[in-house]
Write a protein that binds this ligand. Structure first.
Ligand code: MTE
Length: 337
């Protein structure tokens, strides 16, 4: 039996919105244990907030399908959700363009089935996993998490996924594995930003990211395979991506094809591009500003227009301090940004 555990990052009831209709539906479905009958349906870009409120969007075909899920004690059902449409149309996915509206427009032809993921490096059981086989075998949880971008905007998203630790354990890590490196698909024919330096923001592709083994094994660290009750749309990183809710969004690498366990710290894309602006840790921290802007507050992307969207205080570790601060107790967070 699953109990709703009230976590310290929970907000109060009066912050729930019309998206609570969605939540109620999900909660009823989860209680009944049945699936909703949904039909198939030189910075991370400059803020670009107008994009999300612009009405001049091309309507993208929706190839997502419904996904069953179980409730999770790590979810925060009291969070005000960012509307689904904004989660789907306000994206950072430079392989498909640097403007917020471009991934939704340019990523629709990305082939995400079949999809294989390699797990290799310092493991006893290296493997190549067929993503759809894995999906059939693993319990999918719904977790409502905060997402905080380094560009000082935030969303609250109902992700569907499973703990990264489950995947890592399948490969049986060796004792000397201290880091985990991730890599996005490299396919310039499908990803126009990978062959056009202007469209792709000057990144040296493939996009890579990494975590320490302790961060990777933390129960909050999620491999997301869907959101809002359905499989991921290509612009959100289909078919699988990382979600590390206490870190800036650039750590949450999309469309993963390779996971490698290593002894030495692997490189990460934004740190390679601008090391004095983007670190390895990238923990959300209101006390350590980006060299070009403050991180003390953030603009929450919720209902409404740009002008009615609220500015709110940034929370230490994005509100997950009780769960993760101990990972960094011996680290100077100002130097290790
Ligand atoms: N992964 C890849 N491969 N390419 C990217 O450009 N952008 C990152 C991250 N993962 C990015 C990526 C950034 S900066 C953010 S804020 C989040 O994805 C955005 O995720 P979303 O578009 O699903 O909200």
């Amino acid at each position: 039996m699953l109990f709703k555990i009230r976590k310290n990052w929970h907000l109060t009831e009066n912050q729930t919105t019309s998206e609570s209709v969605y939540l109620q539906r999900r909660q009823i479905i989860q209680k009944l244990g049945v699936l909703a009958a949904t039909a198939p349906l030189a910075a991370p870009a400059s803020a670009g907030l107008f994009d999300v409120f612009s009405s001049k969007k091309k309507e993208a075909p929706d190839k997502r399908t419904a996904l069953d899920s179980v409730a999770s004690p790590f979810s925060d059902p009291s969070l005000e959700l960012t509307p689904e449409k904004k989660v789907l149309t306000y994206n950072n996915y430079y392989e498909f363009g640097t403007a917020k509206h471009q991934p939704a427009e340019n990523a629709q032809s990305l082939v995400t089935d079949p999809w294989q993921v390699k797990v290799e490096g310092n493991v006893h059981k290296p493997m190549t996993i067929d993503f759809y086989d894995l999906l059939k075998q693993i319990d999918i949880e719904e977790r409502i998490y905060r997402l905080r971008c380094v560009e000082a905007w935030s969303m609250n998203i109902p992700w569907l996924g499973f703990p990264l630790s489950k995947l890592i354990q399948l490969a049986k890590p060796m004792g000397n594995a201290r880091y985990i490196a991730f890599q996005t698909l490299y396919d310039p024919e499908q990803m126009p930003g990978q062959k056009d330096r202007y469209l792709g923001g000057g990144i040296d592709y493939p996009y890579v990211e990494a975590l320490t083994i302790e961060e990777a094994m933390h129960p909050l660290t999620l491999i997301a395979v869907g959101l809002y009750g359905k499989t991921l749309a290509p612009q959100n990183g289909a078919p699988l991506r990382l979600v590390v809710p206490w870190k800036y969004g650039f750590k949450s690498i999309k469309s993963i094809v390779k996971i490698r366990l290593t002894e030495n710290r692997p490189p990460n894309t934004w740190n390679l591009l601008a090391p004095h602006e983007y670190g390895f840790y990238a923990n959300v921290n209101p006390n350590v500003d980006h060299p070009r802007w403050s991180q003390a507050s953030e603009r929450f992307i919720g209902e409404g227009t740009l002008f009615s969207s609220r500015r709110q205080k940034t929370l230490m570790f994005n509100g997950y301090a009780d769960e993760v601060a101990s990972l960094y107790k011996d680290i100077d967070l100002r130097r290790n940004y």
